[in-house]
Design a protein. Structure first.
Length: 123
C-alpha cells in the first residue's frame, strides 16, 4: 500500500484592531449589561463570551485591581496571581487616573480604595 504524505500548511492570520468595531460593540455590550439587572444572566453571558483562558485573564485583572485598591504591594500581587509587574503597574496607573473607571467600579462593588502616600527616597 503506498503511503500518502499530506502537507499541512499553517495559516497565520494577521490580527488587526478595528477601533470603530471595538468602540461600537463595547458600547453596545455596556448598555446591554447595565440594562440586564440580572447578575446570574450577566455571569452566564460572560462565561459564554470568553474562553476559559480569557475568563482567567479577565478575572485576574479584576483581582489585581482589588488588591491594589486594598493597598497590597505590587510584588505580592504578582506572586499571588502569577502576573507580570507590567500588568499590575498598568492597573495601578489606571486606578490613579482622575475619574478612574476602575475606582468607580470598585466603589460600586463595595470596595474602599486605599490612597497610598508616595514613599520618600532616602538621601
Amino acid at each position: 500500500m503506498p503511503s500518502r504524505v499530506l502537507s499541512h500548511s499553517i495559516v497565520r492570520v494577521k490580527r488587526s484592531i478595528d477601533p470603530g468595531l471595538v468602540r461600537d460593540n463595547l458600547s453596545e455590550m455596556s448598555r446591554v449589561l447595565a440594562a440586564a439587572h440580572d447578575p446570574a444572566l450577566i455571569e452566564d453571558f460572560l462565561y459564554s463570551l470568553y474562553t476559559e483562558a480569557e475568563a482567567d485573564e479577565i478575572a485576574k485583572r479584576w483581582a489585581l485591581v482589588k488588591r491594589i485598591a486594598e493597598g497590597m504591594p505590587q510584588r505580592a500581587i504578582a506572586e499571588e496571581l502569577r502576573l507580570s509587574l507590567c500588568k499590575i503597574t498598568r492597573g495601578s496607573r489606571e486606578l490613579k487616573k482622575d475619574g478612574s473607571a476602575f475606582k468607580r467600579m470598585l466603589e460600586i462593588a463595595g470596595y474602599e480604595v486605599v490612597e497610598k502616600t508616595p514613599r520618600r527616597r532616602r538621601s
